[in-house]
Design a protein around this ligand. Sequence first.
Ligand SMILES: *[C@@H]1O[C@H](CO)[C@@H](O)[C@H](O)[C@H]1NC(C)=O
Ligand SMILES: *[C@@H]1O[C@H](CO)[C@@H](O)[C@H](O)[C@H]1NC(C)=O
Ligand SMILES: *[C@@H]1O[C@H](CO)[C@@H](O)[C@H](O)[C@H]1NC(C)=O
Ligand SMILES: *[C@@H]1O[C@H](CO)[C@@H](O)[C@H](O)[C@H]1NC(C)=O
Ligand SMILES: *[C@@H]1O[C@H](CO)[C@@H](O)[C@H](O)[C@H]1NC(C)=O
Length: 295
Amino acid sequence: MFDNISLKLLLSLCIFLFSIQSILTLRCYECKDCTDVSCPCDNIVEVNANESFCILLRENLSNGINVEIKHIPRNFATHYEYTPYYISVEETIIYNKTIEKWSNQANKIVYACQTDECNRPNLLKELPANGLSLSLPSDWLNENLLRKTDQKMTTCNECPDVTVCGNKPYFVSPDQCSIQECEHFCIIGEKFTTIEATEYCYTSFCVPSDTQTPSIIIEAVYYIHNKDFRINETDIICHGVNCSRLEIFRDIKEKIQIDYTGVKPFLPGNHVNSIYSTSMSILLITIFFQSLISY
Ligand SMILES: *[C@@H]1O[C@H](CO)[C@@H](O)[C@H](O)[C@H]1NC(C)=O
Ligand SMILES: *[C@@H]1O[C@H](CO)[C@@H](O)[C@H](O)[C@H]1NC(C)=O
Ligand SMILES: *[C@@H]1O[C@H](CO)[C@@H](O)[C@H](O)[C@H]1NC(C)=O
Ligand SMILES: *[C@@H]1O[C@H](CO)[C@@H](O)[C@H](O)[C@H]1NC(C)=O
Ligand SMILES: *[C@@H]1O[C@H](CO)[C@@H](O)[C@H](O)[C@H]1NC(C)=O
C-alpha cells in the first residue's frame, strides 16, 4: 500500500497535471455560417492554447453585416505588443461636405480572448455597432485635411514603391520619395510591423482626380488587461496644404478620442471570463487540495 508521503506526492502530481492540461487546451465556440448577431452557435472546438485564441467579429459590409465566431492562430495577427486579450477596430473619420461636419463610421470590431468558451455567441450582440467611436478635434481635422478654395496645391511625397519602410518614424528617405506639388489630393498611410525590429512603413502618392472625400481610416487595438490603446495602421485622404508632413500620424496618436462605453461588457469586472478568473480558480483549487492533503 501507499504510505502517506507517496499518496501526497501522487495527489500533488495529479493536481499539477490537471492544471497544465486546463491551461494547454482552449475551448472556443466556432460556427461557419453565422449571418447575424443572434447566431445560434453551439459548436465548441478544442485547440492548443499556446497557439490559438478565440474571437468574435462584427463587420459592416456594403450589403449588411458579417459576423464570425471562431479561433485564430496566434501568429496570424502581427500585433507589436502581443497579448490575445483585446478589442480591435477599424473605423473611418470622414468629412460630410453637405453639412460641413466630420463623422465616424465603424467598419469592424473584434473581441479576442483566451479562456475556455470566452467567445460566447450571445456576446456578439454586445459588440457595439459604433465601435470605439474614434474621433479627432474638428479644428485639427479642418486644418490638416481640408484646403481652402484659394489654396490651389498641396505638397505630397511621391513614393513609387507601394510601401517604403525604415526604422525611423515620420520619415521617408529622399532617395525613395520626392516631395511634389499636387493638384488634387494625396493618399498617405502608415503602419507598423514588428517581425524582428519595429519598422515604420509609409505609403504616399498624389492622386490626379478630385473624387475622394477627406477621411482617415484607423486600425487600432485596445489591449484589455494593460489598458493600452495602440493605433497600428492609419490611412489618410489628405486635401490639406501640406500632406507631406508625416508628423500628421503622430498628431493623430496624440489627439485621438476614444469612447469605451460600448465595450464595457468586455472589460474586466464584467461577466466575461478573463485569464485571471481561470488562473485564480486553479490556484484556489490547488490550495484547497494542498491543505486537505496536509491534514
Ligand atoms: C508555447 O509556444 C512557445 C512559442 O511558440 C514555445 O516556446 C513554448 O515552448 C510553447 N509552450 C508549450 C508548453 O507548448
Ligand atoms: C493592426 O491590427 C488589426 C486588428 O487586429 C490587424 O487586422 C492588422 O493586421 C494590424 N496591422 C498591422 C500592420 O499590424
Ligand atoms: C451628409 O449629411 C447629410 C445630412 O445628415 C446626409 O443626408 C448625407 O447622406 C450625408 N452624406 C454622406 C455622404 O454621408
Ligand atoms: C455600420 O453601418 C451603419 C449604417 O451606416 C452604422 O450605423 C453602424 O455604426 C456601422 N457599424 C457597424 C460596426 O455596424
Ligand atoms: C510641410 O511640412 C514639412 C514637415 O513638417 C516641412 O518640412 C515643409 O516645409 C512643409 N511644406 C510646406 C509647403 O509648408
